[in-house]
Ligand binder design. Structure first.
Ligand code: IMP
Length: 428
């Protein structure tokens, strides 16, 4: 039985929940392996709508074990806010497992995230301000605080001291802020220690044993390919590996265990935050996509930047993730357009690029080369079989499939869970 990785193929918010829904009740474990509460997914179950930022979506499915892997950065205050909110609505949250090796977002990480962005001015990244980057920076600099440190106050205090030492110089002397004390930080972190203790697990062992026992494990990436710190549009990226490789390092399974890698991709493109976006539309069409697609951030409420489908990015995502399947979401948003442009390549200074330019500056100057496909007018939200789609919608999907590097195995045609057309079984 398989280990399936689900990743975003663009700049995030592709609707990974659609892929998870396709796997349905066959999943036994859902693992979050990267990122933190910078993510945001809305899950609709029956009449109830849940906005989750940190918790894996599996928390809402009875019998599924949700796991927060070592690759995640955990803001424990947010963790318990989300758990308490779900408990209050009757959701059983007792199955959650948290890796002892996951790093913690301390209050000073949030402060530094915000002041750094302000200091960068025009060069800012447009982060979510949740302390993600500074927490990962500490992890790599080997001054991070891990979940296991919460259970030994002496060690916790030493580590917080070590971590705050330099930061206070920076905060006071460069950013003109007040120093943060060790006491206030330790006190805040210890507040949750006893509550988190029963959840703490060796996630690597847990997941490897689950796979050995024939269980199905879903690894759900936060953010997306183009926001990956190695493979995205650096420096306008998040600070973790949001591509398929992150599932391995962020959870403690080996690459040979992964059977399927599913990329989720919108039928058009969106991005939040700063950074290059070749097919972005600054006109009425961009506004049409934003309004019709409801393109506003779940975490920050920011309007998302919108543009046409970019097959260069789809091919790149297929390659760097080793995708086996694509799940295309929000096809219904394109209903009612006479012509739908699709980017097939870029032009930079008179030169054609069929693949992502290796030089970031070229990507910043990339001008899309479009093909125009015929649109459709019919409402498609009730369609459940591919052959029942209007012919032009079928052609749109088939054409995208032929230029995107991976087969399109499912198509989202509306916000409801069931509003999906399945073409190939994601576990078959
Ligand atoms: P950070 O992850 O808060 O450091 O933000 C870095 C970049 O990633 C910014 O452009 C954010 O807008 C973007 N980002 C982070 N999380 C998400 C997400 O879940 N969806 C879309 N963009 C995100």
């Amino acid at each position: 039985m398989p280990a399936v990785v689900v990743v975003g193929a663009q700049w995030g918010d592709e609707g990974k929940g659609k892929a998870t829904d396709q796997l349905g009740s066959r999943v036994d474990y859902v693992v979050k392996f990267n990122g933190g509460n910078n993510a945001g997914h809305t899950v609709v179950v029956g009449d109830e709508k849940y906005a989750l930022h940190l918790l894996p979506s599996g928390i809402l499915t009875p019998d599924v074990v949700p796991v927060i892997g070592n690759g995640v950065v955990v803001d424990i205050e947010v963790l318990f806010q989300e758990l308490d909110a779900l408990s209050a609505r009757g959701v059983d949250v007792s199955r959650l497992k948290v890796s002892a090796a996951a790093h913690i977002i301390a209050p000073y990480h949030r402060t530094i995230d915000k002041v750094t962005e302000r200091f960068l001015g025009k060069r800012r990244i447009g982060t979510t301000g949740r302390g993600i980057g500074p927490a990962y920076a500490d992890k790599i600099s080997r001054v991070g605080i891990r979940i296991q440190d919460l259970f030994d106050e002496k060690i916790l205090r030493q580590k917080v001291e070590g971590s705050l030492d330099q930061k206070n110089h920076l905060l006071v002397k460069v950013y003109n802020r007040r120093a943060i004390t060790v006491d206030e930080t330790v006190e805040e972190l210890l507040r949750y220690a006893e509550r988190v203790r029963p959840m703490v697990t060796d996630c690597s062992l847990l997941l490897n044993e689950a796979l050995d026992a024939g269980k199905t494990v879903l690894f759900e990436a936060g953010q997306a390919t183009m926001l990956d710190v190695d493979h995205g549009t650096y420096p306008f990226v998040t600070s973790s590996n949001a591509t398929a490789g992150g599932a391995v390092t962020g959870s403690g399974i080996g690459p040979t265990r992964i059977d399927r890698v599913v990329g989720v991709i919108k039928a058009y493109t969106t991005r939040v935050g700063e950074g290059p976006f070749p097919t972005e539309l600054d006109d009425d069409m961009g506004e049409f996509l934003r309004k019709t697609g409801g393109e506003y951030g779940v975490t920050t409420g920011r309007p998302r930047r919108c543009g046409w489908y970019d097959a260069v990015i789809a091919r790149y995502a297929s390659r760097v993730n080793g995708l086996t399947d694509l799940v295309m979401t929000k096809l219904d948003v394109l209903t009612g357009l006479e012509k739908i442009p699709v980017c097939v390549a870029y032009e930079v200074d008179g030169k054609r690029f069929d693949e992502m330019p290796i030089d970031q500056s070229d990507f910043h100057h990339a001008v899309p080369i479009y093909e125009e496909l015929d649109g459709w007018w019919e409402d498609i939200t009730h369609v459940r079989r591919f052959e029942d789609l209007p012919v032009n919608a079928q052609r749109y999907v088939e054409h995208l499939e032929s230029i995107s590097g991976t087969r399109i195995s499912a198509i989202g045609v509306g916000p409801d869970r069931e509003a999906t057309i399945s073409r190939h079984d994601l576990l078959g």
